[in-house]
Design a protein around this ligand. Structure first.
Ligand code: NAD
Ligand code: MG
Length: 383
């Protein structure tokens, strides 16, 4: 029985993880789970599965749950996250927290020799240099949950690293893929949240519309698969059926296909290197889909993607600035405070303003993340 800690359990990935685990009760148990602020959702999950530890962001929520569920141990805050990510009995930590907040618990879990199933791509974007070193040092597995990266990971099974020519990262193109740049000016939050293929949390859905999500994924791929930025190509594939591909030196391309269903990459990260039935999973009906289409992304149309390559190639602290500024701007857009295109403008301004730090420590990254958020708030007069 594999004992799991799920961070971000009330979210889109978190709830699908609960589903996968409930479908394999003999193999997995969620021993500990962390949520943000949604107490009602936590109670819903408690009615479905037996856990032993819960972590909430706020102390009041933790106290409320502790009183109502005296047999459980309820903790809170960052120290609570670290406590449940490092419990001796835990084998694997599935990190589905959204944003920079996922970084420290990932680091501590690795140091406690836990394997990591990583949905929280922001961890690798800002601190890929730290995470990859720690993974080597502590000898743990870093298993991708992001569908594209799971596809690449699966395509690389049994292959040698020096035979990779390039990685082809597919992108649905997000909610506005059919719009020209001048049509993006007045788009609404509701329109942006209407993703054509995937149902996901709000932040990543907006990131998919701007294409910052794909930009973050380019950086995530660089660290996960140890390739140069010149070896990562983004390909718009509106059907989201080929989840990504690898081209090898002999020009052969191997990819992974499937219906858009996040439960598959979640399950594969948990069962790896084994495979298991995906309960409720539907076989891909290629004849019904009939055609798959592809096009190159236009870097002027999708400015965010150009910014992400630029920040990634500059390296050091630049990805942290891009990520922090984007998290803040994304939230401001969702709260109706800024226009859609302002997101990328604000990120670009933050990148231009920042002085590169070459090999930032965790403490520096925490400061730089705060600086980038603050910079965005100041720019729009909200500080
Ligand atoms: P979500 O918004 O649905 O869920 C986020 C979870 O994190 C919630 O449980 C929330 O309570 C928790 N959380 C937020 N801030 C927290 C904090 N400070 N401390 C502790 N918990 C906190 O997001 P999601 O769509 O499930 O995405 C989660 C992560 O997975 C993101 O990094 C996203 O990029 C990545 N991801 C998601 C999908 C998807 O299909 N949803 C696909 C690939 C990758
Ligand atoms: Mg993805």
């Amino acid at each position: 029985m594999k004992k799991i800690t799920v961070l971000g359990v009330t979210g889109s990935i978190g709830m699908q993880t609960v589903d996968v685990v409930m479908n394999h009760p003999e193999q997995f148990k969620i021993t500990a789970m962390a949520a943000g602020y949604n107490v009602a959702k936590v109670e819903e999950i408690l009615a479905m599965i037996d856990v032993e530890y819960i972590c909430m962001v706020k102390k009041e929520d933790a106290l409320y749950l502790q009183e109502k569920y005296p047999d459980l141990k309820v903790v809170y805050g960052e120290s609570g996250l670290i406590e449940i990510a490092t419990l001796p009995e835990i084998e694997i930590v599935l990190n589905a927290i959204v944003g920079f907040a996922g970084l420290v618990p990932t680091i501590e879990a690795i140091k406690a020799k836990k394997d990591i199933a990583l949905a929280n791509k922001e961890t690798l974007v800002v601190a890929g240099h730290i995470i990859t070193e720690l993974v080597k040092e502590y000898g743990v597995k870093l298993l991708p949950v992001d569908s594209e990266h799971s596809a690449i990971f699966q395509s690389l099974n049994g292959e040698e690293h020096n035979k990779i020519k390039k990685i082809i990262l597919t992108a649905s193109g997000g909610s506005f893929r059919d719009k020209q740049r001048d049509e993006l000016a007045g788009v609404t939050v509701k329109e942006a949240l209407n993703h054509p293929n995937w149902s996901m949390g709000a932040k990543i859905t907006i990131d998919s519309a701007t294409l910052f999500n794909k930009g973050l994924e380019v950086m995530e791929a660089k660290w996960l698969f140890d390739v140069d930025y010149d070896q990562i190509e983004v390909l718009i594939h509106p059907e989201s059926i080929i989840h990504s591909m690898v081209e090898f030196v002999d020009t052969s391309i191997i990819g992974q296909l499937g219906n858009p269903d996040m439960r598959l990459p979640i399950q594969y990260a948990l069962t790896y290197p084994e495979r298991d039935y995906l309960i409720g999973g539907e076989s891909l009906d290629l004849a019904k889909i009939a055609s798959l289409t592809f096009k190159k992304p236009d870097f002027e149309r999708f400015r965010a993607l150009a910014l992400a390559y630029q920040a990634g190639k500059s390296g050091g602290s630049m990805p942290c600035v891009l990520n922090g500024a984007n998290e803040q701007a994304n939230e401001l857009f969702r709260n109706g405070k800024i226009e859609f295109l302002e997101i990328e403008n604000l990120v670009e301004k933050a990148l231009n303003k920042h002085q590169l730090v070459k090999n930032p420590t965790l403490e520096q990254l925490i400061e730089i993340d705060a600086w980038a958020r603050n910079f965005v708030l100041k720019e729009i007069g909200e500080d």
